[in-house]
Design a protein around this ligand. Structure first.
Ligand SMILES: C[S@@+](CC[C@H](N)C(=O)[O-])C[C@H]1O[C@@H](n2cnc3c(N)ncnc32)[C@H](O)[C@@H]1O
Length: 340
């Protein structure tokens, strides 16, 4: 009988993103962006502390090498590490940056609610509330360091997705005023305006978020609450918004969008991950897994969910929209239009 059987390593998997996040936060991957270095050389570049533990870093990197984050070579008996294609995504300055995702998903505030998942299954309570006594957005507003991690994740995600959106979605051409609801610092509207400068952009988010918005010609920042009312425009963008909320809350957001759009020709552009259903099948096992893992994060940390096309369609119709159109799915990002 073997001490471990294949499959049992699953119980140790939680260590991998935590180890990755440690080297991301240390900036260790940035040090090997252009050179192949030993753990000792990396440590000497990231700290002056004589007590720094080189073996800790070496043992962390050699595990990450087995998952393709770094390339390991042995030079004269010493392990040296270089950045792999996967590792590059966790370094700053890359278009595909996933650094923010790592920092946010592995933040203690986002990990703790998982300790309450079993309890939540049994009593129906929200794991995040059980762990912290409030919602994630309430905590983001109160904890500057958590807020920074959240914003870094959104900024990185924006960088990745605005290129995909601009390449795949041609529906911007006819828009005059676009309201980005929950638009963060307004980066997406700024990117959209570089290609469609005729669009007037209104970046709508919570007051403490828009107060740090990017100052840019043609983009106005408006602070408020999407559950109260939404500024008027002929089109509204909801990117990575609905998955943070339960069906009842989504309905309220969509009803508010409906009210802010003109009677004719108004549309909501929804950008989300789609779960597989009759209408849409995931393009790969990888896409399916990412969707389901994000669904778990939304469930535990926001009491939200990822949805199928049919679930979005039902919400849109309940909010009064006439037609729901799946425009495109690229790199796991689905673009839907809800028409009045
Ligand atoms: C998951 S982030 C998405 C940000 C951005 N759309 C993107 O894709 O990078 C959700 C955004 O919704 C905003 N938000 C949360 N509650 C809100 C509310 N009640 N009213 C307006 N915005 C809100 C948050 O501040 C945050 O910027």
């Amino acid at each position: 009988m073997a001490a471990f059987a294949p499959g049992e390593e699953l119980v140790l998997y939680a260590t991998i993103p935590l180890a990755l996040n440690a080297v991301v936060k240390l900036g260790a991957l940035d040090e090997i962006a252009d050179s192949v270095l030993s753990a000792s050389e990396i440590v000497s570049r990231i700290t002056n502390n004589p007590s720094a533990n080189v073996a800790f870093l070496d043992r962390t990197l050699r595990v990450l090498a087995t998952y393709g984050v770094v390339n390991e070579t042995v030079v004269q008996g010493e392990r040296k590490y270089g950045l792999s294609e996967i590792g590059k995504r966790f370094s700053p300055g890359t278009k595909l940056a996933a650094r923010g995702l790592s920092v946010m998903c592995n933040h203690r505030i986002f990990l703790k609610p998982f300790e309450h998942l079993a309890e939540g299954i049994l009593d129906g309570g929200e794991p995040f509330r059980k762990a912290h006594g409030k919602t994630a957005y309430e905590l983001v507003a109160e904890e500057p360091e958590f807020n920074n991690s959240f914003n870094l994740c959104m900024a990185d995600h924006s960088k990745r997705s605005s290129a995909v959106l601009l390449d795949c979605y041609k529906g911007f051409a006819s828009i005059k005023t676009l309201v980005d609801v929950g638009g963060g610092n307004g980066a997406l509207l700024c990117d959209i305006r570089t290609r469609y400068p005729h669009i007037k952009g209104i970046n709508f988010d919570q007051p403490h978020v828009v107060s740090q918005g990017i100052a840019s010609e043609g983009v106005e920042h408006a602070g408020g609450d999407m559950f109260g009312s939404i500024p008027q425009g002929d089109s509204i963008m909801l990117k990575w918004i609905l998955h943070n909320w339960n069906d009842e809350q989504c309905l309220k957001i969509l009803q508010n969008c409906y009210k802010s759009l003109p009677a004719q020709g108004g549309k909501v552009i929804v950008v989300e991950v789609l779960l597989p259903s009759e209408a849409y099948q995931a393009a790969s096992e990888f896409e399916l897994r990412i969707g389901l893992l994000l669904d778990l994060v939304m469930m535990v940390n926001f009491n939200g969910k990822e949805r199928t096309f049919e679930e979005y369609q039902a919400l849109a119709e309940q909010a009064g929209f006439n037609k729901v159109h799946l425009v495109n799915v690229s790199n796991g990002l689905a673009i839907l239009e809800f028409h009045k």
